[in-house]
Design a protein around this ligand. Structure first.
Ligand SMILES: [Zn+2]
Length: 366
C-alpha cells in the first residue's frame, strides 16, 4: 500500500526561499520544454537535452518521467488544448535515490550556480514521527516533492508498506448522513449485533449554518474572495472532523475484530442531502465522499476490507423482517408492524451490513 506524508519545513531563510523559487521557475521552463519535445515526437529524452535549464540533472530526469506520464494522460483526454499547460507554481520532484531523510533533516539537491545539496529541518509532528517509524522498519521510499503553498514550504514523501490482511470475520455496516454523520453497526457473520457507534451531526449542522449565513451576507455585498476564504475554512473544519470520525470508527473495528467494513455507494448520500440548497449540498457531498475515503484508507492500513453495497431502500427497509415501507421512517424513528422500533439511521446501518451478509449466508448450507 502506498502512503503520502506531507511534511512542513521549518521556515527557510530568505536566501534559501529565493533558491527554491529560482529552481521552481526553472522547473516550469523545463516541464514546458519537455512537453514541446514530446509533442514534436521526440521521446528519447535525457537531462542532457535540456542544458539551458539551471536544475540538478536528477530533477530534470524526474521531470521527464513526470511529464511523459502526464502527456500520455493528455493524449487520452482528447483535450482541445495545444499541449499540457503548466502553472507557474510547480513542485520540484525527486526520485528515491536523490533525497535523504536523516533524523529531522531532509536533504535535496538544488541549483544555485552549480548543483548543490541543501539540508532543511522538518517541523516535528505526529505524522512525521509516524513516517520515521516506517523508515526505521525499512519501508520502501518512493518519490518526493518540494512545494510551496499559502506561504509555507512542504516536502511530500511517498512510501510503500506491506499490509497484512486481517482474518477477522465480523462486519461493520456504516450509514453516512446528516442528522447522524455516521452510525455503525458491528455484526457477527451470523448477523448478531455486537456493538454500535453514533456520531451526532449536531455540531456539524451548527457550523454549516454559521458558514451559510456568513456566505449569504457576503453574497449580498458581492465579495468573491472572502467567500472563498470561508469555504476553505469550512472545508478544513470538516476535514478535521472526518479524520476524527474515521479514526474512531477504525478503532472500534479493530477492537471488535471486524474483517470487512460495508458502506453505501455515494449516490444515495447525495439524495439524502435533498433538504440542503445546492451550495451546501456541494460542500457536503464533497465531505461525505472525503469521509468514505478516509475510512477506506485507514481500514486498508489496518488490513480491513472495504466493500460497497447498493444504497437502494437501506433507509426504508426494516432490518428485522426485511419489509420495505417508506412511511415506516419518520425522522429519527423507524417503526415496523413486526414490532421493530429503532433509530432510523441504526436501522440503515444494520441494513447495509445485512446486504453484505445476505449473499454470504445464502451460500451456506441450511
Ligand atoms: Zn419489520
Amino acid at each position: 500500500m502506498q502512503l503520502t506524508y506531507v511534511l512542513e519545513l521549518l521556515k527557510p531563510t530568505k536566501r534559501k526561499q529565493n533558491i527554491f523559487l529560482q529552481n521552481i521557475t526553472e522547473v516550469v521552463k523545463n516541464r514546458r520544454a519537455i512537453a514541446s519535445k514530446l509533442k514534436a515526437g521526440e521521446t528519447k529524452l535525457s537531462s542532457a537535452d535540456f542544458k539551458e535549464h539551471n536544475l540538478p540533472s536528477a530533477v530534470k530526469n524526474q521531470n521527464i518521467r513526470e511529464v511523459k506520464a502526464l502527456y500520455k494522460l493528455f493524449l487520452k483526454s482528447n483535450s482541445d488544448k495545444e499541449n499540457i499547460e503548466f502553472k507557474a507554481n510547480q513542485p520540484i520532484c525527486y526520485n528515491n535515490q536523490n533525497y535523504k531523510i536523516d533524523d529531522h533533516i531532509i536533504s535535496i539537491p538544488l541549483y544555485t550556480n552549480k548543483c548543490q545539496r541543501f539540508a532543511f529541518p522538518v517541523k516535528q509532528t505526529r505524522r512525521f514521527e509516524e513516517l520515521q517509524q516506517y523508515i526505521k522498519n525499512n519501508c520502501t521510499l518512493g518519490k518526493a516533492s518540494l512545494f510551496y503553498k499559502r506561504g509555507k514550504w512542504y516536502f511530500a514523501v511517498t512510501i510503500k508498506i506491506a499490509v497484512r490482511k486481517t482474518t477477522n470475520s465480523n462486519i461493520m455496516g456504516i450509514d453516512i448522513g446528516l442528522r447522524q454523520l455516521t452510525v455503525a453497526s458491528v455484526k457477527t457473520p451470523e448477523g448478531k449485533e455486537l456493538n454500535r457507534q453514533f456520531h451526532n451531526g449536531k455540531q456539524a449542522g451548527f457550523i454549516r449554518k454559521k458558514y451559510r449565513s456568513l456566505r449569504r451576507k457576503l453574497g449580498q455585498s458581492k465579495k468573491v474572495k472572502p467567500i472563498k476564504t470561508i469555504n476553505d475554512k469550512e472545508q478544513r473544519w470538516m476535514t478535521d472532523l472526518n479524520h476524527k470520525i474515521s479514526r474512531q470508527l477504525i478503532n472500534l473495528a479493530v477492537q471488535e475484530q471486524v474483517g470487512t467494513i460495508v458502506m453505501e455507494n455515494l449516490e444515495n448520500i447525495r439524495n439524502n442531502a435533498k433538504s440542503l440548497n445546492s451550495a451546501d449540498r456541494n460542500i457536503h457531498s464533497w465531505s461525505f465522499y472525503q469521509l468514505q475515503q478516509f475510512i477506506e484508507y485507514k481500514a486498508n492500513l489496518a488490513g480491513i476490507n472495504v466493500e460497497y453495497v447498493s444504497p437502494e431502500f437501506t433507509s426504508q427497509c426494516c432490518c428485522k423482517c426485511g419489509k420495505v415501507k417508506e412511511s415506516n421512517r419518520k425522522g429519527n424513528q423507524y417503526s415496523c408492524k413486526c414490532g421493530n422500533q429503532i433509530h432510523s439511521d441504526l436501522n440503515a446501518a444494520r441494513n447495509i451490513a445485512n446486504r453484505f451478509l445476505a449473499p454470504l449466508n445464502k451460500q451456506q448450507p441450511a
